[in-house]
Design a protein. Structure first.
Length: 449
């Protein structure tokens, strides 16, 4: 008898699981419920669509509901919200948002892939017209429509994380003046501050008015548009982007009695199973094991969502595949710079058991042979366990060939390599490509002394 699968959420994790189950069990019954109208879209590309670098929304749609039904045989039901999980009955209560009708759907195996949502800070006026968050395609379309409908000359961004930084570049690309407000004393708060000096100066050079250690107290209507009231003064603006982080959509799980961790995300084991039998979770709504800390963390990033969804699908279909964990490897383009990180930063390590057994090394090296035209400086920072010389984390900042170098260090952390091992890696060398002693080698050798 074929199993009956239900998946809540049709984005990266949900559709990865659905596609894997369909390949493993072509005759099984499977339903994916998605509250919105879009599935499997490239959320990370939305700022570039708003800027005009990517020409249309369709370029970001990896899979449409029609393609999922016709090409993959997946019963995807958009505009359907799951209201309740009844684990004692192995069923979910669903609302068809187009008709308002509620109905019950039973399952043999359930996946929660509800993702995360933008955090809305308690700022008076945050609900006003012209104030936006950015999390999905509908959010992106609303911003584009607002930009196209009027003469937008100035935008204010609250928050200097990944999305805030990308949107600053987006607006400058469109010729719009930008003010960025961040309550912490640095941009990109997940990085170590000392690695970001050049990037911070670069943002200002690109025309962004940057206000660090600044709090927003209110957003009010004004004659010309909006006024953002802050501890650094009032800012007259036409549009506001609130980019102050995200939070997991885990309420469905917690209301059911499914375990939720300190982060607020769903607790899962290495097979993506929750604390309730026959219920799995994957994607931005779930915690994952950190491979350095060896404890659950919540770091919502697309690669883990896609891989976690695939592994959840395999295990729901009867296999026993392990998700080994994450390092939080990430990169973001900030105008002409790329900033990238993996594993632990210095400030993260300082709050862990590594705090008394940790040292850091920061070097600057060239991206190519020093005599070859086009070489640019790369800053590499390594966080190393002092007693074992094992690499715990890395950050690389520069204008060229950053991400793939960081990938080498992410691989090294995964393999539990020491800086002595890394210093002897047989990496590529050619004058137009890389120096004979790569910045990775230099950083590792300095750390090993």
């Amino acid at each position: 008898m074929n199993k009956k699968y239900v998946i809540i959420g049709g984005d990266a994790a949900g559709m990865s699981a659905a596609s894997k189950i369909r390949r493993l069990e072509p005759e099984s019954e499977m339903i994916v419920f998605e509250k919105g109208q879009h599935i499997s879209f490239a959320a990370c590309g939305i700022p570039y669509w708003i800027s005009g670098v990517i020409e249309s929304m369709s370029k970001l749609e990896v899979l449409t509901p029609e393609d999922a039904r016709k090409k993959r045989g997946i019963d995807i039901r958009v505009g359907h919200e799951v209201l309740k999980i009844e684990t004692e009955k192995n069923s979910v209560l669903v609302r068809d948002l187009s008709t308002g009708e509620d109905f019950s759907q039973d399952y043999d195996s359930l996946l929660i892939a509800t993702g995360a949502r933008a955090t809305i800070p308690p700022i008076p006026g945050v609900e006003k017209q012209g104030v936006f968050t950015l999390r999905n395609l509908d959010d992106g379309q609303k911003i584009i429509d607002f930009l196209d409908a009027g003469s937008i000359k100035h935008a204010t961004i609250i928050g200097a994380g990944y999305i805030g930084l990308e949107m600053a570049e987006t607006f400058r690309h469109r010729g719009i003046d930008v003010t960025m407000i961040e309550m912490q004393d640095q941009i990109a708060p997940t990085f170590d501050k000392d690695t970001l000096e050049q990037v911070t100066s670069h943002i200002i050079e690109k025309g962004v008015a940057l206000h660090l250690e600044t709090r927003v107290s209110a957003i009010e209507n004004s004659v010309s548009g909006l006024t953002v009231m802050s501890s650094g003064g009032n800012i007259e603006t036409d549009l506001v982007i609130v980019s102050t982080g995200v939070r997991p959509n885990s309420e469905l799980a917690s209301e059911t009695g499914i375990g939720v961790g300190k982060s607020g995300a769903i607790v899962i084991d290495e097979h993506m199973r929750t604390t309730v039998e026959n219920v799995y979770a994957a994607g931005d709504c779930a915690e994952h094991l950190h491979r350095v800390l060896n404890q659950p963390v919540w770091i919502p990033l697309a690669p883990a969502a896609n891989r976690g969804g695939r592994i959840a699908g395999e295990n729901m279909a009867g296999q026993s595949t392990v998700f080994p964990g994450i390092l939080g490897t990430a990169a973001v383009k900030v105008f002409d710079y790329i900033i990238a990180q993996t594993g632990l930063t210095e400030k993260q390590a300082a709050s862990t058991d590594y705090s008394t057994d940790m040292e850091t090394t920061t070097i600057t090296g060239g991206s190519r042979a020093h005599y070859y035209p086009g070489s640019v400086p790369l800053t590499v920072k390594l966080v190393v366990q002092r007693s074992t010389k094992r690499l715990l984390g890395a950050q690389i900042i520069g204008k060229q060939d950053v991400a793939k170098r960081l990938d080498v260090l992410a691989t090294a952390i995964t393999a539990k390599m020491t800086v002595a091992d890394i210093g002897m890696l047989d990496l590529t060398y050619a004058p137009p490509i890389a120096p004979v002693y790569d910045p990775i080698h230099i950083a590792a050798n300095v750390a090993n002394k």
